[in-house]
Design a protein. Structure first.
Length: 100
């Protein structure tokens, strides 16, 4: 799947089948369902889960919590627009899902 397909899928009622939990979290976030996105991100362990969790808290405006999750992810809070951060995260997750 490419980023354009993910964006087009936002018009549907459910996320595309077969995408990762973290992509589902970003999908729900893009549809304005922050709480649902947060619940999903919270359930995913590891650095990628922490990174999406950090983004969600930044979007919420809870920068202290976002920084906490960035530390867990081994990253720093980006100084870019939230829309660009969402796209960067989605593209990275989509790349990870592609077969080698």
């Amino acid at each position: 799947m490419e980023i354009e397909e993910l964006r087009k899928s936002l018009a549907k009622k459910t996320p595309p089948r077969g995408i990762s939990r973290l992509l589902q979290a970003l999908w729900y976030d893009a549809r304005g369902e922050w709480q649902h996105a947060h619940e999903i991100a919270q359930s995913v362990k590891g650095k990628a889960g922490a990174r999406v969790h950090a983004y969600l808290h930044r979007k919420e405006g809870d920068l202290a919590n976002a920084n906490y999750w960035h530390k867990r992810a081994g990253t720093k809070m980006p100084e870019i627009a939230l829309e660009q951060e969402w796209e960067n995260l989605a593209k990275a997750l989509l790349r990870e899902e592609r077969p080698s």
